[in-house]
Design a protein around this ligand. Structure first.
Ligand SMILES: [Zn+2]
Length: 309
C-alpha cells in the first residue's frame, strides 16, 4: 500500500479528547499517523500549501495534486468519524436545503444521458438525492452510506439502503447504469481503489456522476486577507481535487468522456463557509453560463461526469 510508507503503532481507541480531530490531539491520544506518496502520480515530492488544525496540506511537485500528509491511519480515522458523522448528520432538513439545487441539477444531467435504469447513490446520507431521482421516475434506486443515522432515515423513507462501503458490500460486476457520489471521494483513503470498484459495478456505457469540493483557490483567496479558516476540513477531507486532477484520476481508472461542470451551489450553514462558497459559486456559475461552459472557475465544488467504456 502506497499510503502506509511509515507509521508507528499506537492505540487509536484512546481518542476522545476535547478537539479530537486536531493533529496534536490525535497524536496525544496515541493515534497512528501514516505518510503517503502522491496518490495520483506516485511521486514522493511535496511542497507545503498550508497547515490547518495542525494538519499539513501539501501539493505534489510533479502533478499538483493537493492532499493531507501525513494523515491518520484507517483505524484512527474510523475512530475520529465516530464523532464527526453524528455532528455532520445532526439535522436532515438542513441537509435537504443545503443540497437541493445541486441534487436537482445532477438529476437533470443524469437524465440527459440515461432515461432510466438502476442507480446507486454511494454516500447517500438521508436519501434526498434518491428522492429527487424517484420524482423523475423510471429509476430502480439503491443507496449506501457508512452512517447508520443516515441509512436508518433513508430506509424509513422507503428506499433500498445498505450500510457499509463499496468494499464491504461487494455488488456483482455490471450491476448499475449509473453511480453517484456526492462529497465522498475527498474522504476516502484510496480514491483510485474506490473508482476501480465503481467501474467494476457499472455496466459498459454506464455513467458516474461525482461531486467534490475544490478548496485550494478559496483558501488562497482568504490568505490574501489574512483570514484564518479550517476549510480543508482535515483530516476528514484527505484530497482536494481540481478539475485537472480529478480528470487524470478518472482517466487512469479507465473512464472516458470526462466532463466537469459547476452543477449548482450549496448553502452551507456556517457563516464564513456560506459567504465564501455562495460568492464563489454564484460568480463561477455566471461565468460558466456566459462562456457557454468554456470558463469553469476554480474555487467551488464541481460535478464531474465520466463513463465506463
Ligand atoms: Zn503527484
Amino acid at each position: 500500500m502506497k499510503d502506509e510508507l511509515m507509521g508507528t503503532a499506537v492505540n487509536a481507541a484512546a481518542i476522545d479528547v476535547e478537539n479530537p480531530s486536531s493533529a496534536s490531539a490525535v497524536k496525544k491520544a496515541g493515534g497512528r499517523l501514516v505518510k503517503t506518496a502522491c496518490q495520483l502520480c506516485g511521486a514522493i515530492d511535496e511542497r507545503p500549501v498550508t497547515a490547518q488544525n495542525g494538519w499539513s496540506i501539501v501539493r505534489c511537485a510533479r502533478c499538483s495534486f493537493v492532499y493531507v500528509n501525513p494523515r491518520p491511519d484507517n483505524e484512527t480515522l474510523a475512530r475520529l468519524y465516530l464523532k464527526y458523522l453524528p455532528d455532520k448528520m445532526a439535522d436532515p432538513l438542513a441537509w435537504d436545503t443545503y443540497m437541493r439545487e445541486v441534487f436537482s441539477k445532477a438529476a437533470d444531467v443524469i437524465i440527459r444521458h440515461k432515461p432510466g435504469g438502476r442507480l446507486i447513490d454511494i454516500g447517500c446520507g438521508y436519501g434526498f438525492f434518491l428522492a429527487e431521482m424517484k420524482r423523475r421516475g423510471g429509476w430502480n434506486l439503491d443507496g449506501m452510506d457508512v452512517s447508520t443515522t443516515a441509512t436508518d432515515y433513508a430506509a424509513s423513507q422507503g428506499f433500498r439502503i445498505t450500510q457499509g462501503t463499496l468494499e464491504t458490500v461487494g455488488y456483482p460486476d455490471a450491476s448499475f447504469d449509473a453511480v453517484t457520489m456526492f462529497y465522498v471521494l475527498e474522504h476516502v483513503t484510496d480514491p483510485a481503489g474506490v473508482l476501480a470498484e465503481v467501474r467494476r459495478i457499472l455496466k459498459p456505457g454506464g455513467m458516474l456522476l461525482l461531486r467534490v469540493p475544490h478548496t485550494t483557490p478559496i483558501v488562497q483567496f482568504l490568505k490574501v486577507f489574512g483570514i484564518r479558516n479550517n476549510l480543508y476540513d482535515p483530516p476528514f477531507h484527505l484530497s482536494d481535487f481540481s478539475a485537472a486532477t480529478i480528470k487524470r484520476l478518472l482517466e487512469q481508472g479507465g473512464f472516458t468522456n470526462i466532463h466537469t461542470s459547476i452543477g449548482g451551489v450549496t448553502r452551507p450553514p456556517e457563516l464564513l463557509k456560506g459567504l465564501t462558497t455562495a460568492a464563489f459559486g454564484i460568480i463561477a456559475e455566471a461565468a460558466y453560463r456566459l462562456s457557454r461552459g468554456r470558463i469553469a472557475m476554480a474555487g467551488v465544488a464541481k460535478n464531474t461526469v465520466a463513463f465506463k467504456p
